[in-house]
Design a protein around this ligand. Sequence first.
Ligand SMILES: Cc1cc2nc3c(=O)[nH]c(=O)nc-3n(C[C@H](O)[C@H](O)[C@H](O)COP(=O)(O)OP(=O)(O)OC[C@H]3O[C@@H](n4cnc5c(N)ncnc54)[C@H](O)[C@@H]3O)c2cc1C
Length: 317
Amino acid sequence: MKVTEHIAAAQNKTLFSFELVPPQKGKNIQELYDNIDPLMEFNPPFIDVTTSREEFIYLEKDGLYDRKVTRTRPGTVGICAAIKHKYKVDTVPHVLCGGFTKEETEYMLVDCQYLGIQNVMALRGDAMKHQRYFEATNGGHTYAYELVGQIRDMCQGKYLHETLKVSNNDDFCIGVAGYPEKHLEAPSLEFDLKKLKQKVDAGADYIVTQMFFNNSKYFEFIEKAREAGITVPIIPGIKPIAVKKHLQLLPQVFKIDLPEDLITAVDACKDNKEVRQVGIEWCIAQSKELKDAGVPVLHYYSMGKSDNIKKIAEALF
Ligand SMILES: Cc1cc2nc3c(=O)[nH]c(=O)nc-3n(C[C@H](O)[C@H](O)[C@H](O)COP(=O)(O)OP(=O)(O)OC[C@H]3O[C@@H](n4cnc5c(N)ncnc54)[C@H](O)[C@@H]3O)c2cc1C
């Protein structure tokens, strides 16, 4: 089923879902299953699996360095198929502009169709580590709205280099990213919202937000998005703080604010076990308020660990 169909079928009941990161190349998928197993009792209708773009590595030979391209966490579509069939749950592979040509994207989407995967999350991806700004991959897209356009075209039979007859079953439900505190590169929230509207106009069916720790940011975002003419469901993405380093890391990487009360509570912790507990309690309080406000889904960034997400879900679902 499509994410939007799950939301409609829930009839205003808040659903539980989460995002997973594929294991590093060389690691076993069992580790992933061990973290999914404890969360299945909360009946997630869909599970997201992230995609990582390529990285450069430098291999030394006889004093010279040879640059190679590698992906440390490949396998998104394979993992989606494995989870879908093992747990009988819908999965949402993330599809990126960065690191992929349009042809590679088309082949990935064809794989999804053959595997019965009906949802995809369309994202631009970040710049590579050595780049100051995102640069489009040769033969790839520059912005997520163009990727949404490619997916929507393909659903209507307009493949990159040919037009083919397609069945309705090949239609994808497309999710895109939204930023309650604006995307880090956007000059203003208003600018970012216009670009978000462009993604919806290109064919996106729903939005999942970047993490936030202050619900008022989400509520204000919803208000402004609706004013901007965005009518699709906006799913809050939230993450429990898990280690003290997050106090520096999260604002630095995602350009998001942490509330003063949360900073004080985390700062007072003796070790990361205490931080994890503070993170759980904060996330439960956040989730309860969002659920009371009638959000369609509570979508958790699990980062591959489920113990804290399980405790949060137990308090809510
Ligand atoms: C829910 C969620 C899931 C994610 N999953 C992944 C993942 O699996 N893998 C990964 O690598 N990253 C992931 N990301 C991170 C995401 O790739 C980055 O935040 C990326 O920098 C922006 O992606 P986007 O799709 O929002 O880009 P876009 O919507 O293309 O926007 C990027 C920037 O360009 C601006 N912009 C957009 N359109 C235009 C235009 N037409 N003209 C001028 N400016 C424009 C926007 O305002 C914004 O500042 C995820 C983010 C979220 C919120």
